[in-house]
Design a protein around this ligand. Structure first.
Ligand code: AHR
Length: 339
């Protein structure tokens, strides 16, 4: 009798152990939620304004597929109101988790409160949000725009010194023009802030003058148009272009050539992103440096989503790794670039 009882107890314990361990493994490996059903993620992307954004979207779609997560993808066509509508529709559908790239920094409190009330966790991707209550999102993954802006100034300052450059107008200061990203976006605000504070704190601050700064909306076409207008009023004064992204720098290169100047030589060009297009321009001697902003955030997003849904502790803020690529490494590096 004792032996039979011991056998029954052993079988019961093994069944319980298999249930716990097996469930957890399956959940993280197959994109299943805690109830064993497939995870559905509602994702609101801002649009397709740049080469970088296309790579970001691809990374997220591929990673969702690989992780077995059902991705409900919505393209906001550069409008915050479309993102808010998409998030509300994800809540109405009862998705398991919501992720979004906030086109601008503010104006998210109400809709994120609605997600919280519906008990749907939210992950902020790529750009930052400013909220009255940080418990409205579970995690933020992306890039450090403040540091990108600082790196831009530091690179320019050491390059101008190393190359023994002189202001083109014969004056005592290098004139800088800036093509800014989307107005109100955290990336545009922080890249500008990082650049300016680093410049003001530099011992060479007096060598630089910001001549003009205007939005080019992160697109190639607008970058070209705004650069044309900068050149119209200051063709023989501009020494340096800082473009908040590579696409605007690529548009500006066309404007500079059309004005009869040599991009990368008469005007030093530094931008942010690290897309293949700017590597090609650097190989052709038309741009000088790109500060990487890594769009390959899909795997990290899916991994974080599974952890959040499994109730595991996650870092509130995670930045992806980023490098600096000047023109002299472009040829060697281009074949290794993934976007
Ligand atoms: O939010 C990241 C920025 O948005 C990238 O620098 C830019 O190319 C994109 O459109």
């Amino acid at each position: 009798m004792k032996k039979i009882l011991a056998l029954v107890l052993t079988v019961m314990m093994m069944t319980v152990a298999a249930g716990c361990g097996g469930g957890a493994t399956k959940s993280s490996g197959s994109g299943s939620g805690s109830g064993g059903k497939q995870i559905t993620m509602g994702f609101s992307q801002i649009g397709a304004e740049s080469e970088w954004r296309t790579a970001n979207t691809e990374s997220i779609k591929k990673a969702a597929e690989a992780a077995g997560i059902n991705l409900q993808f919505s393209d906001a066509q550069q409008k915050q109101e479309n993102q808010i509508k998409a998030i509300r529709s994800f809540i109405a559908q009862g998705v398991d988790i919501i992720a979004f790239v906030p086109i601008v920094e503010t104006g998210w409190d109400t809709v994120l409160k609605e997600a919280k009330d519906a008990k749907i966790p939210v992950i902020v991707v790529d750009r930052d949000v400013k909220l009255s209550d940080d418990s409205l999102y579970a995690a933020k993954l992306g890039t450090d725009s403040l540091s990108e802006g600082k790196k831009v100034f530091d690179w320019i300052d050491s390059y101008m010194t190393k190359e023994n450059k002189k202001p083109r107008d014969g004056g005592s200061q290098f004139n800088i023009v800036i093509l800014e990203g989307t107005v109100g976006s955290s990336v545009a605000i922080r890249r500008q802030e990082g650049f300016k504070t680093e410049m003001e704190a530099s011992q060479n601050a007096s060598k630089y003058n910001i001549l003009a700064s205007q939005t080019g909306e992160f697109t190639r076409q607008k970058g070209q148009e705004v650069m044309e207008s900068f050149l119209k009023s200051n063709r023989d004064k501009i020494d340096i272009l800082f473009a908040h992204n590579d696409d605007m720098a690529l548009g500006a290169i066309q404007a500079i050539e059309a004005a009869g100047l040599r991009p990368g030589k008469d005007i030093t060009i530094v931008s942010v992103d690290g897309v293949k297009g700017i590597f090609q321009a650097m190989i052709e001697g038309k741009a000088n440096c790109t500060i990487e902003c890594n769009p390959l955030q899909g795997d990290l997003l899916m991994e974080t989503a599974k952890k959040v849904l499994a109730g595991e502790k996650v870092e509130k803020l995670v930045y992806v790794d980023e490098g600096i690529f000047p023109a002299d490494v472009a040829e060697k590096t281009l074949p290794e670039r993934k976007y």
